[in-house]
Ligand binder design. Structure first.
Ligand code: IPE
Ligand code: IPE
Ligand code: MG
Length: 259
């Protein structure tokens, strides 16, 4: 039944995009998105910055829905960095309550759509009620087998790597791991993204071309796609443009061809 629905959705999607030549068999396995430009979107309209965050939440919904329809296995979005605490307390508080209300409004639909949600970052250092709500949502969706939707909150790539190094060092100290055993796999087992494929496509909206401490290890061989569009204005059509562009990249991984 579920399969049928997905098939129909895929077919509809395929028809509406056929002119763009999206190859549904060649989709990225993991898409990362740096959702930037909410503030600029708002100030450009003479609004307060926080209204940009509110509008940005709707974009999250529409891009996640596109991933569901296309069957993209993993989507990881950057919602709040370890550096974002530098912002005015009023903006930080607004974002924290937005995360909470967004999750409460979306959790049933996420479950219905077979999405598995996970929050990555220093979640247990967030206000207690928020950490609890996040863990609850992870628990509710933990057996879902569709899109793996990771939301990075209080996340920093350097922090993630240092935490992994500390865990591994502790295991060596305890004698449960030898220095010789440390390899990519062991390292990845100590990241938030353990058992997930590396990022194939990294998108950043709003014109800046930097990683801002997002998924540093996981994007080692990612293809990058930048747009000047601010996050609240980013549409499924533009997302599909990024996917098509990705499909035309020559990914050599250090070799001479992409075989
Ligand atoms: C991205 O939009 C959202 C967060 C970082 C939480 P910004 O708030 O960074 O928007 P700009 O970059 O100031 O326009
Ligand atoms: C990156 O955006 C973080 C998120 C999108 C959550 P920022 O707006 O914080 O990045 P910088 O400060 O421009 O590098
Ligand atoms: Mg920004």
């Amino acid at each position: 039944m579920l399969k049928k629905v997905f098939f129909r959705k895929n077919t509809e999607m395929k028809q509406s995009m056929s002119k763009n030549d999206l190859d549904l068999g060649k989709l990225p396995q993991h898409v990362g998105i740096i959702m930037d430009g909410n503030g600029r979107w708002a100030t450009g309209k003479g609004l307060i910055r926080t209204s940009g965050h509110k509008a940005g939440a709707n974009t999250v919904k529409s891009i996640l829905n596109t991933c569901i329809k296309l069957n993209i296995p993993v989507l990881t979005v950057y919602a709040f960095s370890t550096e974002n605490w530098k912002r005015p307390i009023s903006e930080v508080n607004f974002l924290m309550s937005l995360f909470s209300s967004f999750l409460a409004a979306q959790i049933d639909e996420l479950s219905e759509n077979n999405v598995r949600i996970k929050f990555i970052g220093r979640i247990d250092e967030l206000p207690n009620n928020l950490a609890k709500e996040f863990h609850r949502a992870e628990d509710i969706t933990k057996n879902n087998t569709g899109v793996k939707f990771n939301v990075a909150i209080n996340y920093g790539g350097r922090d993630e790597i240092i935490t992994a190094v500390k865990n591994i060092a502790q295991q060596v100290k305890d004698g449960s791991l030898s220095v010789e055993q440390i390899d990519d796999k062991i390292f990845e087992d100590n990241l938030y993204t353990q058992n997930l494929p590396p990022v194939d496509l990294m998108i950043r909206t709003s014109g800046d071309m930097r990683l801002s401490n997002f998924l540093l290890w996981q994007s080692a061989y990612a293809e990058f796609w930048f747009t000047k569009t601010n996050w609240p204005d980013f549409t499924p059509e533009e997302f599909i443009e990024a996917l098509i562009d990705f499909q035309h990249r020559d990914r050599r991984f250090g070799g001479l061809d992409n075989k």
